[in-house]
Ligand binder design. Structure first.
Ligand code: CAA
Length: 384
């Protein structure tokens, strides 16, 4: 690709590629079966500064830019998509939200430990009856003395069981619509917080996805993130960054499926020759490569806009929409190119297909991305 990377960006990409392909990839198939949480991988990422990639060095992070981050994340997703989603939510939503909205005490207390990977972050916005429409959430936080008392249930929380710290949103004012939502930093093991049964998922099986149940769960007032009423904005801004992360996960898994398909079509012989000689299949491969390249450039463009301090909401949603839809097409084609073998667990492409399925759903469905994109278009008065 013609994109001009810095030496540092290329160095990070190459370091993460070596690590992910040599250490994470060989264990990914087994993890998919056992659903074992990738603690070992995450520990390694922490040691290398990849769990606080965009956190400044004064808080123990690497101070890297978003372009380096998406390059790294795509490499992790190439090898183990379950590890990638944990890394993505932790870095792009949780660390970034604390960085942007946290008090100095919160940064000292939590961000430093998160940046080293000592504790992993989760983000609990979704509820059983409030997914695409988080303003309708019903979890309540009532101010009482020097604390808030939380009651309600959060659903589909990535890393809900294993996270040391979760950003939880809750209503502090019933009447105020999105301005009545606040965000709280909730530590693992806080009395009144119970982790529900883990979801038995189609893909990303080694990443835990859980309900979090709050029953008179008392959170110190100093653990409120931002001001009362800032919760929706914190969530939306966090998701803008998170959506670039999903684009990166999509690019990584698509590249893995593509490489596997190219290798297979080269080696597989039918009708007396390598099936890669058949034009019908070559054109499928050509289309796959083109789509991945387009998604990669969209991902990088959104990341670069974020690094330049520009408003990147539109580009993040476009990158997420295109890349997540793209990887679903690519993984399906990779299975097709493998023929019957692609449908078996002997080859990794069926796992790539299952892992990629949620990318058009979490952190805002494709339909929600289209809402965000069209809202941005019509909001911009420069558009005719
Ligand atoms: N940046 C800054 N401000 C934003 C914003 C953004 N990205 N998005 C919205 N806002 C602001 C609006 O400008 C508006 O501001 P005002 O106070 O001036 O009115 C306010 O927020 C309300 O916005 P809307 O009226 O557009 O809100 P809405 O209720 O119509 O919802 C939505 C908009 C885009 C549909 C939003 O609800 C949305 O993104 N929904 C999807 C939620 C989602 O992605 N959930 C996934 C959860 S996480 C997950 O998947 C699992 C995990 O573990 C990571």
């Amino acid at each position: 690709m013609s994109y001009k990377f810095t030496e540092e960006q290329l160095m990070i990409q190459s370091m993460v590629r070596d690590l992910a392909r040599s250490e994470f990839a060989p264990k990914a198939m087994e993890r998919d079966k056992t659903k074992e949480f990738p603690v070992d991988n995450l520990q390694k990422l922490g040691e290398l500064g990849l769990m606080g990639m965009m956190v400044p060095p004064e808080y123990g992070g690497s101070g890297a830019d978003t372009v380096s981050y998406v390059l790294a994340l795509a490499e992790i997703a190439y090898a183990c998509a379950s590890t990638a989603v944990v890394m993505s939510v932790h870095n792009s939503i949780v660390c970034e939200s604390i960085m942007r909205n946290g008090s100095e005490d919160q940064k000292q207390k939590y961000l430093k430990r998160m940046a080293t990977g000592e504790i992993i972050g989760a983000f609990a916005l979704t509820e059983p009856n409030a997914g695409s429409d988080p303003v309708r959430q019903t979890t309540k936080a009532v101010f009482d003395g020097n604390s808030y008392i939380l009651n309600g249930t959060k659903r589909f929380t990535t890393t809900g069981k294993n996270a040391g710290l979760t950003i939880v949103t809750a209503k502090t004012d019933e009447e105020a619509r999105h301005k009545g939502i606040s965000a709280f930093l909730v530590e693992q093991g806080t009395p009144g917080l119970t982790v529900g049964p883990l979801e038995d998922k189609m893909g990303l099986r080694a990443s835990d996805t859980a309900d979090l149940i709050f029953e008179d769960c008392r959170i110190p007032a100093e653990n409120r993130l931002g001001n009362e009423g800032d919760g929706f904005l914190i969530a939306m801004t966090g998701l803008d960054g998170g959506r670039i992360g999903i684009a990166a996960q999509s690019v990584g898994v698509a590249q893995a499926a593509f490489d596997a398909a190219v290798q297979y079509t080269r080696e597989r012989e039918q009708f007396g020759q390598s099936i890669s000689k058949f034009q019908g299949l070559r054109w499928i491969v050509a289309d796959m490569a083109t789509e991945i390249e387009a998604a990669r450039l969209m991902m990088l463009s959104a990341a670069e806009m974020k690094d330049h301090g520009e408003n990147f909401t539109l580009q993040a949603s476009m990158a997420k929409l295109f890349a997540s839809e793209m990887v679903n097409r690519i993984t399906a084609k990779a299975i097709q190119l493998h023929g019957g073998y692609g449908f078996t667990k002997e080859y990794p492409v069926e796992r790539f297909y299952r892992d990629a399925r949620v990318f058009t759903i979490y952190e805002g469905t494709s339909e929600i991305q289209r809402v965000v994109i069209s809202n941005q278009i019509f909001k911009d008065k420069r558009n005719p």
